[in-house]
Design a protein around this ligand. Structure first.
Ligand SMILES: NC(=O)c1ccc[n+]([C@@H]2O[C@H](COP(=O)([O-])OP(=O)(O)OC[C@H]3O[C@@H](n4cnc5c(N)ncnc54)[C@H](O)[C@@H]3O)[C@@H](O)[C@H]2O)c1
Ligand SMILES: O=P(O)(O)OC[C@H](O)CO
Length: 338
């Protein structure tokens, strides 16, 4: 059945998920703040800044009018970076209050934690859009670089919600020959795995930039997974979720892919570039930088040991020397692995 869907945020991920949904036969309205970008998408069917040389389906509607995109939408998909989620959700609520139609499903595909509050994205959405104006809240997450979904490479991800029926609805709308969706009811674990893997990817990139080899990268991913699982479980996640698509799956892709902005940022830091220059030059969101601060603070609150996250925090926020931090990590007292 053809469903009206609003996709909010026309960066790499939002625009490609919108494209998948159009290919699946849905009526998709992609919202962007930028008039020239909407015009480029509607007239040339390209989005050169975010997805070079990709051609979007002609049936995709781009708009700068948020009311037009969410009006009568059965599903609203948030794909703006984490720091923008609350403000965009507040604008969406204003429009939902004006149109008394069936309550839309709220889905997000972003990966981070809110600075200061440390809230997961579903918690921000839950707080901002009251239950009277929506149905379920779902997080869509897993190993999925937009560049590969764009060329219809095989991609498997997870739709997570406290309400399994909401996750199943999302599964039905997104699934096709190259895009496979599993459901999961551990919303906490799925969102935390998605947010925390970006921190470890910064570290994996830094190791590469410094010239370390595969032993070091495999060790970082393994011990990184151990510590993000520890913090996730302390925050209410199920441990098994961290060995699923949104856990180790996304950790692997983000720590090894040249498409990853977090990996590329870490690589540049490892090569000696200052953080401010790395962020300015990326031109796209590097979620791991802010998430590292949130995870560092949460680990302290929860008294969870996260030596890798702490080392990356020292490099990002206290200008610590990366090689010195690696030396300190290696010279910690001997431990049992499990
Ligand atoms: N790119 C990927 O392959 C990918 C895959 C999975 C998940 N994600 C996640 O999706 C989210 C978005 O990533 P992306 O790669 O599309 O980022 P991006 O930097 O490519 O695009 C972000 C988009 O959001 C818009 N935006 C930023 N601030 C805004 C605001 N305050 N109000 C409205 N719009 C705003 C920007 O103009 C841009 O169009 C991130 O959380 C990321 O971790 C990305
Ligand atoms: O490019 P990154 O580092 O933001 O990663 C994108 C996705 O999260 C990979 O699954």
């Amino acid at each position: 059945m053809k469903t009206k869907i609003a996709v909010l945020g026309a960066g790499s991920w939002g625009s490609i998920l919108a494209s998948v949904l159009v290919q699946n036969g849905h009526e998709v309205w992609l919202w962007t703040r930028h008039r020239e970008q909407a015009q480029e998408l509607n007239e040339l069917h390209t989005n050169q800044r975010y997805m070079k040389d990709y051609h979007y389906p002609h049936a995709l509607h781009a708009t700068t009018n948020l009311a037009q995109s969410v009006h009568n939408a059965a599903l609203i998909l948030f794909t703006v970076p984490t720091p923008a989620i609350r403000a965009v959700a507040q604008q969406v609520l204003t429009h939902l209050k004006q149109t008394k139609v069936a309550r839309p499903l709220i889905v997000h595909a972003s990966k981070g934690l809110e600075q200061g509050t440390h809230l997961r994205i579903s918690e921000i959405l839950h707080q901002t859009i009251p239950a009277d104006f929506r149905s379920g809240i779902v997080a869509l997450s897993g190993p999925s670089h937009a560049e590969e979904v764009a060329r219809q490479d095989l991609t498997l991800i997870t739709a997570a919600s406290n309400q399994v029926t909401a996750a199943q609805q999302v599964q039905q709308l997104f699934m096709n020959d190259y895009f496979r969706v599993y459901t999961n009811t551990d919303l906490i674990g799925v969102e935390l795995g998605a947010a925390f893997k970006n921190i470890i990817a910064l570290g994996a990139g830094a190791l590469h930039g410094l010239g370390y080899g595969d032993n070091a990268k495999a060790a970082l991913m393994t011990r990184g997974l151990a510590e993000i699982t520890r913090l996730g479980v302390a925050l209410g996640a199920k441990p098994l979720t961290f060995i699923g698509l949104s856990g180790v799956g996304d950790l692997i892709v983000t720590c090894t892919s040249i498409h990853s902005r977090n990996w590329r940022a870490g690589n540049q830091l490892g090569q000696g570039q200052p953080l401010a220059a790395v962020v300015a030059n990326m031109g796209m969101v590097i979620e791991g930088v802010k998430t590292c601060q949130a995870a560092y603070e949460l680990a302290q609150q929860q008294q969870v040991e996260m030596p890798i996250t702490e080392a990356i925090y020292h490099v990002l926020y206290e200008k610590a020397d990366i090689k010195q931090e690696i030396k300190l990590l290696m010279r910690r007292e001997g431990k049992a692995e499990l």
